[in-house]
Each structure stands twice: as C-alpha cells, then as structure tokens.
Design a protein around this ligand. Structure first.
Ligand code: ZN
Length: 434
C-alpha cells in the first residue's frame, strides 16, 4: 500500500498557467483524491504524511516527448562535428559496440536526470528495450517505449517479430509502462519495411513513434528518390491512420499539413537543432497548426534531458525569428509543454481530483528565480533542477526535499566505469548509414 500525503497550503499551477492559491491536496493510492480550500474543515482527512507547501508551487509533472535515454552514456562524446559525422563517424560506430549494461546504466542515468528536472513521463526511442523497461520499472518513472526498428538491416524481419513478442509480453506489466511501434525514420526504413511496421502497429492497436524531417537534406533526398516528402512517405505507408508521435518534424512543409490528424503529435527539440545547425525549418512557420509538445532528444545531441529548457529555447527562437517579442507568450509555451501529456495514454497532465498523482513541487525562492511575479515566468525563463523540490509519479516521491530517492553516487560510479570501458573498446562498424 502506498503512503498517503496531504500537501497543505499549496498554490496550484494549472495547465493553462493559472495559479490557484490556498489549497490542500490529498493523495492516496497513486491518485489525487481531493483538493480542498486550506481554510475548510478537512479534519476527517488523515494522511500518513503532511507537507506544508505554503512556500511552494505545485504543477503537473513535466512530459518529455522524445528521447533516447540510454544515450546519456554518450553525453559530450560527439561535439563540434557535422550532422553527417555525428551519425556516421561517432554515434552509430560507438552504438554498434554498446553492451546491455551500457543501455541499462545509461537509461538509469537519463531517468535520474529527468526526475531531478521534474519529468514524470517520457517517450523513449531506443533498442535494448529489455534494459530500458527494467530501468523504468525500477526507478518509478512512467515510460512509453518505442523499441527502435531499422528496416534496411538483414535481420529486419526477425527484429520485427522480436519487438512484437516483447510488446505483447509486457504491455500489461504496469500502469507506468506503455509502448509505441518505433521505426527509426523513413530514411532508415525503406518503403516496404515502413509499411510493414505500420501494419504491425495497427494489428497491435499501438501508436507509432518515429523521426520525420529533422533535416532539410532528408526532405530533398526523399523528394529526389520518391517524389514525396518524408511526411508524404509516412502517409503512403498508412502511418497517419495511427496515432503518431513525430520526433522533430522541424522541416515540415505546407504540403505536409494535409496529412496531419487530431492525434498527430510533434515532439519539438530545439536544442538539438541549434547544436546540429539544422536551420530554421517550417515548424517555426506552421507551429500554430500543429499539435506539439517538447522533447529533449538524446543527450549525445542535446546534452540535457530537461524539457523546460527546450520550451525556453523554442520561445526564444520563435521571438527571434518573428522579430516580435510579443509572440510565443508564456501561457502559450506552458500550455504546449503541458499538452505533451496527451501524446501518452496515462491520463496525466492536470492537478485535479481523480487524476494520477504525477506532479512537481517547485521551490522558486532561490536566487535564480526570485522574486516571483508569475511562477510560470520564473519556471520557463529562470529555473533549473534545483528549483524542483519534489517529483512525484503515481503517488510516490522519486525526488524528495531536493534529493533523488535513488542512489545517485552509486549510479555515477557505475556510469564512470562503463564510460572508461566504452572508450577502450572504441568504435565498431555502423549497421546503417545516414
Ligand atoms: Zn531522436
């Protein structure tokens, strides 16, 4: 049985960036059971623990819509290189020699960083799904896994069956676990294989999570080879019949908009685009017509797994490109940050009665964030992980009073040993080319 909590005298930040003061929040068995006025007679509610939140703000947890969590083990390994070299000379050769332990510890490291930043749910896109699932279950976070499939490799058919078996076996394991089918991208899954993966997603009633139109060169190449954009190729494969989570979509074009449905979600990760010099894509022109939230991409390209930082960069870039500092308002950015929850099946994203107890308790009294004119402004433009005082997932605190529940030092020691070993092993031969 989980502990019950009474969060007293709280100020609640809604998904629309409103601040509601003077509330007591009662949490039991993983749910927000009751929200009442702090001054009301709540004498008959007894909790195992009471926390005075009078100095703090409570918001829904932060969703991360796109990451490759295990790549935390590669954070900082491929810097100041072209996108071509990033894939072909660095990441894919190193990944070809990755061990299960690298994936497991890298994923734990990434999850630890996310919890530290208030992330309560993430969409992962990686291979080694057994290790990713193990890390999700052990750490207490919510994970939505897309075991990655490369269509162009000789073992594709076997791998598709392996992933199908894995998902069938584990999809009911936990209320904190869900799955997407995860083709890597149109350019690594040639036409017939992308169609096969989409068909499998339909048969299993699963959504699809893949990379689409990250770089303009991909769009040009797709056009040359097929006469279609990557979105067109995905449409041809039947992809938009499913709920789809688009990793990036930076270079979405006007002609692509007709393919998008109500349940097509974009995971926008601007730090990666800045890092890899991806340019100003159509996303900055069409974002108002898209369902989008924020992802972090993997730490090998964006170095941090903090979606708030990504939202901040989107707001700044949007204002900069528009030459209009009144656009990309804090309400709009916060709403999209929170709307990302809709890309997941967990029913999270609001601090309200009956909702899952996935939340962040923010302490904005530090030098970085004080004084506070509007808490969402403080969070969006000034906060860092130190402002995340508590992170709760499914009614359980994973960060408590500023400290992670998991053993951070032991985890870092293990990761440091693996880092030495992976450098000593060196690069192997990449299975695919970019
Ligand atoms: Zn990605």
């Amino acid at each position: 049985m989980k502990k019950s909590y009474l969060l007293k005298n709280a100020r609640i930040l809604t998904k629309d960036a409103e601040c509601i003061s003077g509330k007591n929040v009662y949490i039991s068995d993983g749910k927000i059971l009751k929200i009442m006025d702090s001054t009301s007679d709540d004498g008959n509610i007894r909790a195992d623990e009471e926390i005075d939140c009078g100095k703090y703000y409570i918001s829904p947890g932060i969703p991360n819509l796109h990451t490759h969590t295990a790549m935390n083990i590669f954070k900082g390994i491929a810097e100041d290189v072209t996108a071509d070299d990033w894939f072909n000379e660095m990441i894919w050769p190193y990944e070809s020699k990755m061990t299960d332990q690298d994936i497991y510890v890298g994923t734990r490291l990434g999850i630890a960083e996310m919890i530290n930043n208030g992330v309560t749910v993430f969409a992962d896109h990686y291979f080694g799904e057994e290790q990713v699932l193990r890390a999700v279950k052990e750490t207490g976070i919510r994970g939505d896994l897309a075991p990655t499939l490369f269509g162009g490799t000789p073992d594709f058919k076997e791998r598709l069956e392996e992933v199908t078996r894995f998902i069938k076996e584990h999809r009911e394991d936990s209320n904190r676990v869900a799955f997407h089918m995860g083709p890597h991208a149109n350019y690594t899954c040639p036409a017939p294989t992308l169609g096969e993966i989409v068909d499998r997603a339909k048969a299993l009633e699963l959504p699809v999570h893949l990379h689409v139109s990250e770089e303009d060169v991909q769009v040009e190449k797709a056009r040359e080879e097929t006469g279609m954009t990557p979105f067109g190729i995905l449409n041809e494969a039947g992809g938009f019949d499913c709920k789809v989570l688009i990793g990036h979509g930076l270079w979405v074009e006007e002609e692509d908009l007709k393919f998008l449905k109500e349940d097509t979600w974009f995971a926008f990760c601007p730090k990666t685009y800045l890092k890899l010099a991806s340019g100003k894509g159509g996303f900055f022109d069409y974002y108002r017509q898209l369902n989008y939230g924020f992802g972090t991409d993997g730490a090998a390209s964006s170095n941090t797994l903090n979606p708030v930082e990504q939202a901040r960069l989107f707001a700044l870039l949007g204002k900069f490109f528009d030459r209009d500092s009144s656009t990309h308002t804090m309400q709009e950015i916060w709403r999209h940050l929170m709307e990302g929850h809709k890309a997941f099946p967990f029913g999270t994203g609001e601090v309200k009665e009956g909702a899952p107890a996935d939340l962040v308790i923010w302490d904005l009294n530090g030098l970085d964030t004080f004084p506070i004119y509007h808490p969402v402004i403080s969070i969006l433009y000034s906060s860092n992980s130190q402002n995340v005082k508590y992170t709760m997932v499914d009614g359980v605190f994973l960060k408590y009073d500023g400290r992670l529940i998991m053993d951070e030092e032991a985890l870092k020691n293990e990761a440091a040993d693996l880092q030495k070993a992976l450098i000593a092993r060196g690069k192997g031969k990449a299975k695919v080319t970019y």
